[in-house]
Structures are given as structure tokens and as C-alpha cells.
Design a protein around this ligand. Structure first.
Ligand SMILES: [Zn+2]
Ligand SMILES: [Zn+2]
Length: 138
């Protein structure tokens, strides 16, 4: 686990994450692609996250299990937060100096569009597997 800091483009929001997992994930779901215009590259940051400038953060509830946060001044995407656990997933690109990054899992691999593909060797998890996982927790 790595500790690192991040800032949005305008600097109104500063984030310190204490426990970043450098094994990052990619999500191909339509929500992530609509949100960012491309698949979502995210690092798991757990719950030990400090956010300065929280009054500039807007949360959008994108599903019944998670919300997405962004800076209301510059639009920088800040996090995907799971409701039940309070865990944060953050865009890997927010952190400028992370070491040891490795693409680990591709989520919603079955809905990955045909116009791109990554040559990285990763685990892949399908929509059905993800839905079964969340169904087991509800
Ligand atoms: Zn900003
Ligand atoms: Zn997604």
C-alpha cells in the first residue's frame, strides 16, 4: 500500500490517500465510459482518505451501490465511492507519482467496445459475475 496526494486541475480539492493499492483496475461499463469518455482506470484507495476542499466536491449517485464525486469548479473526476463499505476508487491519473502500477482487473469485460483493446495481461470480470457479487451482498 502506498500513500500519495492528488489535486484537481484547479487545485480547490486536495486528496490524501493513505492506502493506495498499485494494482489498478479498468472499468468498461457504460456508466464509466459516459462519465469519463473512456474506460475508468482506478486505484483502490480504501477508506483512509482525507479530502480538503470538500465544499467544492459534488457527489452524483450513479447506482444504488455507489456515488461519483467531481470538483464543481473544474470538473475533475475525483472518486467512485462504494456506499456500503465507504471505500474509494480514484482515477489513477490523479496521482502523479505512484510507483509499481500494474493493470490487474478489467471489469465488465463483456461490454468492452470493439474499438479498443489493451495488450496488458489482466483478469477479466463480466457483468454477470459483478451482478452476482452485488446480489450476494444485498
Ligand atoms: Zn477543481
Ligand atoms: Zn464502470
Amino acid at each position: 500500500m502506498i500513500k500519495s496526494e492528488a489535486k484537481c486541475l484547479c487545485g480547490a480539492v486536495k486528496i490524501t490517500a493513505e492506502e493506495i493499492d498499485p494494482m489498478f483496475t479498468v472499468c468498461h461499463c457504460q456508466s464509466c465510459r459516459t462519465w469519463g469518455g473512456a474506460p475508468f482506470f482506478a486505484v483502490k484507495c480504501g477508506t483512509k482518505v482525507k479530502i480538503e476542499g470538500i465544499d467544492k466536491v459534488k457527489m452524483y449517485e450513479s447506482s444504488s451501490w455507489a456515488s461519483r464525486g467531481f470538483c464543481i469548479e473544474c470538473g475533475t473526476h475525483l472518486f467512485y465511492k462504494l456506499k456500503e463499505s465507504g471505500e474509494y476508487n480514484m482515477p489513477v491519473g490523479l496521482f502523479s507519482s505512484l510507483k509499481g502500477l500494474k493493470m490487474d482487473i478489467q471489469y465488465f469485460s463483456d461490454v468492452r467496445p470493439s474499438y479498443y483493446c489493451f495488450s496488458n495481461e489482466t483478469k477479466e470480470i463480466t457483468t454477470a459475475e459483478i451482478m452476482a457479487f452485488f446480489a450476494s451482498k444485498m
